[in-house]
Design a protein. Structure first.
Length: 222
């Protein structure tokens, strides 16, 4: 029976996201992530991904993404043998729902996972809340409170796989550059093992051009 181990080390979860707006509806992104199981020590995971995004309306975005996801053994920096080598392809739809001063997000993703242990499907749903606070700077508010909760499940038993919760602060230095800092909790369910992890999450986001301002406020793509 799965249970969470208390008192684990705080890990690090680092994100670099670069975005290019091609026109008012199309954009592309490139992202890298680097994670450690202790505070900037015992690096065990990295991913490199890219996406193509189509946003026909301010409240709807279609995405096709893919990339490489590499997991190493615990107990050191990129310790071998690897836990898993994986390539993914994932279509995604994101719905944005403004509610007074709060911006709500519903994100649905289907992951086609090509791993060294065989092919797998995985499905993800993320609910997010983005709350601008403080005074406006020019035509935008630099400071934003972020809260998200995401569930992962599969088409095979035990079906439920993971839950991920984030609480963070997003600060926009300019309309094109933002820094995200906060706390991420992740619980993985396995039949014979259990992993509960706490992470300091740090993300840097930059847009190379701007053709529109809609929904650039939501800087959280992990």
């Amino acid at each position: 029976m799965a249970r969470l181990t208390i008192g684990q080390d705080l890990g690090s979860w680092n994100i670099l996201n670069l975005k290019r707006n091609l026109n008012e509806k199309w954009s592309v992104t490139a992202e890298g992530q680097l994670r450690s199981l202790q505070f900037y020590n015992n690096f065990h995971y990295y991913e490199v991904t890219g996406t193509a995004n189509y946003q026909p309306t301010p409240n709807l975005r279609w995405t096709l993404g893919g990339g490489s996801y590499q997991t190493y053994a615990e107990g050191g920096d990129f310790k071998r043998p690897k836990g898993q080598e994986e390539w993914r392809l994932w279509p995604q739809v994101t719905l944005f729902q403004p509610l007074r001063k709060v911006n709500l997000e519903h994100r649905y993703r289907w992951e086609m996972r090509f791993t060294d242990k065989g092919y797998r499907n995985r499905y993800r749903y993320r609910f997010g809340m983005y709350v601008p606070v403080g005074k406006s700077k020019k035509d935008f508010r630099p400071l934003q409170l972020v809260g998200t909760s995401e569930i992962f499940f599969t088409d095979k038993e035990p079906y439920f796989e993971r839950i991920r919760v984030v609480g963070a602060i997003n600060y926009k230095f300019t309309r094109s550059m933002a820094l995200l800092a906060g706390y991420l909790y992740q619980f993985d369910y396995k039949l014979t093992d259990e992993i509960g992890r706490d992470f300091l999450i740090m993300g840097f986001y930059y847009e190379f051009s701007r053709h529109r301002t809609v929904n650039s406020r939501n800087h959280l793509n992990h």
